[in-house]
Structure formats: C-alpha cells, structure tokens
Ligand binder design. Structure first.
Ligand SMILES: [Zn+2]
Length: 102
C-alpha cells in the first residue's frame, strides 16, 4: 500500500475502492492496518474531482461518523461535501438527500 496523505501526525493509506453508484465511490483509508474511514469521491461538472472524508474512528479533530455495517457499508449520519453533495450511504449505495446538488 502507498501512503497517500498525512493529517497532522496520522498516516493513512489508500486501500480499496467500492462503487456506491450514481458516480460516487468510496476509497477506504486504513490507519495502522485497520479501516479508519473512507474518502467519498465524486466529480463535479467539467469532470472536476471532488471528495470529502468520512471517518468512523476518532482521528484528531475530525467529525466521527457511526458505521452501522461494514459490508455492505452503512453510515448512520448524513454526509455533506463542501461542493453541495449531500446524502447517505446505505447498504453500500449512495442516496442523495433532497437538497443535494448532484
Ligand atoms: Zn464534493
């Protein structure tokens, strides 16, 4: 695995990717060989890459989400990206909120 980023003193590695449908995918992040969360990757108009992170383990000052199930992935809280993407991951599938910009 390759180290893809360092948040303060915490190293994360990209592990594997799950397609959530609707053009959205989850890239799993591992920390000390345990799945710590995902990056919710998507594309804006003009094919510009955008992403927001969802951690279910406590990482510094990041918001901590509740992982109800791992496979298929279900996160309890809604997920909101700075671009306006808003929704939920339920049973491994992305569900847009009514105010989601995508
Ligand atoms: Zn976004």
């Amino acid at each position: 695995m390759t180290v893809i980023g360092i948040y303060e003193d915490t190293e994360f590695e990209a592990d594997f990717t799950v397609d959530l449908g609707k053009g959205i995918r989850a890239e799993y992040l591992t920390h000390r060989r345990k799945a710590a969360g995902i990056v919710v990757c998507h594309r804006l108009s003009g094919n510009i890459a955008c992403a927001t992170s969802v951690f279910w383990t406590s990482v510094n000052h990041q918001k901590t989400y509740t992982r109800i199930n791992n496979d298929p992935l279900t996160i309890e809280e809604d997920i909101r990206c700075s671009c306006g993407l808003h929704g939920w991951i339920k049973e491994g599938v992305w569900e847009h909120a009514i105010d989601s910009l995508m």
